[in-house]
Write a protein that binds this ligand. Structure first.
Ligand SMILES: Cc1ncc(COP(=O)(O)O)c(C=O)c1O
Length: 383
């Protein structure tokens, strides 16, 4: 049984210099920004300390151990054995996706995404001056799925790239093999490149099976590009190192047209930390998943007993809860009201797409005490 990993105390967290802990005034309890409040794994700390001790603080160059550790990690978690000769580094997932799109499409080309979706994805499309096509997820209460019929209709109009968020932030869904496989067939048929952002995948809970897009089928390998990173799972976002992966020689050649600087603009610290994360930290990950599992169930218990009008579906992965606050009547920006009246910072649903403004995204990668306090503040705000 893995040793449970607990969040740091609030006093320690407040000393952090990261965005989550610097952005708001002191009275505010900050639960936006996808960072976790756990101490990072010991092997990562040791690897980074060793670099500092040896003043090994230069540029990132060839780093095959990163690719090999991702291959083994993927094999162990998902039975996927990606080809190390088709992996490249990028500064982070955002930069990786934007650079891939810059290489593959022209300004004005159509890029499809499925709202509600990770807010920066909207900005990535704008950054490459593409035309944004939103095909919202199909929604049944709080169950979300890919709307394959609507996606096909959109593909027919000449979509060039589909930005897939798999698993899907913020709704908490891990897509099943059948829908990913159908999506791959459609994309192949209409010659759409699917860029699959799989940054949250290793945080999938045991009752679900995450399927890497490039492991879905031959069709997926023909049109798919995965962009991912160890940063979300192991809390290394500030260290800057992501992976861009293809499994098809023609696509590999196309992607090789990217400026070589895309690779070395990642950080050496990020590559070292990610390599350690994926090769030495499975016990830490298991311990974090135990805590996150407790936390997602604690939220259910608090909602059921204290404020059942909040809509909540226990997420399939990670540390982001997608809460429907419609029934609380806090207006069309409940996050703003919670911040002003309750001194609680969460992300407003409007960031993720239209028609979800009465939702909030609540980060539970923290302690049960902070989660409980956050709900107290919601209750007080609700009056
Ligand atoms: C789906 C998704 N992709 C990418 C990112 C950001 O990754 P990076 O910091 O590597 O750009 C996040 C952060 O929350 C995310 O949720």
């Amino acid at each position: 049984m893995a040793k449970i990993v607990r969040a740091q105390p609030l006093g320690e967290l407040r000393k952090r210099k990261s965005l989550k802990w610097r952005y708001y005034e002191k009275e505010v309890l900050p639960l936006p920004v996808a960072e976790m409040d756990f101490p990072i794994a010991e092997p990562i700390k040791n690897a980074l300390r060793d670099m500092i001790d040896r003043s090994d603080t230069g540029y990132l160059g060839p780093f095959p151990e990163l690719f090999e550790s991702f291959r083994i990690f993927s094999n162990e978690l998902w039975d996927w054995n990606p080809d190390v000769s088709q992996m490249r580094t990028a500064t982070d997932v955002g930069v990786g996706v934007v650079e891939v799109m810059r290489t593959l499409i022209q300004p004005g080309d159509k890029v499809l995404l499925n709202s509600p979706i990770y807010d920066n994805m909207w900005r990535w499309v704008t950054e490459v001056k593409a035309e944004l096509i939103d095909v919202p997820l199909k929604r049944n209460q709080l169950e979300y799925s890919l709307d394959l019929e609507a996606i096909e209709s959109a593909y027919r109009t000449g979509v060039k790239v589909h930005l897939l968020c798999s698993p899907h932030n913020p709704v908490g869904t891990v897509f099943d093999r059948e829908s990913l496989s159908k999506l791959a067939e459609l994309a192949k048929h209409y010659q759409v490149i699917v860029i699959s952002d799989e940054i949250h995948a290793p945080l999938t809970f045991v009752e679900r099976k995450f399927i890497p897009f490039l492991n879905v089928s031959d069709a997926a390998r023909e049109i798919g590009i995965t962009v991912t990173s160890a940063s979300k799972t192991f809390n290394l976002a500030g260290l800057k190192c992501a992976l861009i992966i293809t499994e098809n020689v023609a696509l590999k050649e196309k992607i090789n047209a990217m400026p070589i600087s895309v690779g070395y603009r990642a950080s050496l610290f990020g590559a070292v930390a990610a390599t350690s994360a994926m090769s030495e930290c499975s016990e830490w990950l298991a311990g974090v998943l135990l805590t996150l599992d407790e936390n997602r169930k604690l939220i259910k218990k608090i909602i059921d007993t204290k404020i059942p009008s909040i809509g909540y579906r226990i997420p399939d992965f990670g540390y982001l809860a997608w809460l429907d606050l419609t029934a609380l009547g806090l207006g069309d920006d409940p996050a703003k009201v919670l911040l002003e009246r309750g001194k609680l910072a969460v992300n407003g649903g409007h960031m993720y797409g239209p028609e979800h403004s009465s939702f909030i995204r609540f980060n539970f990668g923290t302690s049960p005490e902070i989660i409980t306090e956050a709900f107290e503040r919601i209750l007080q705000t609700n009056g």
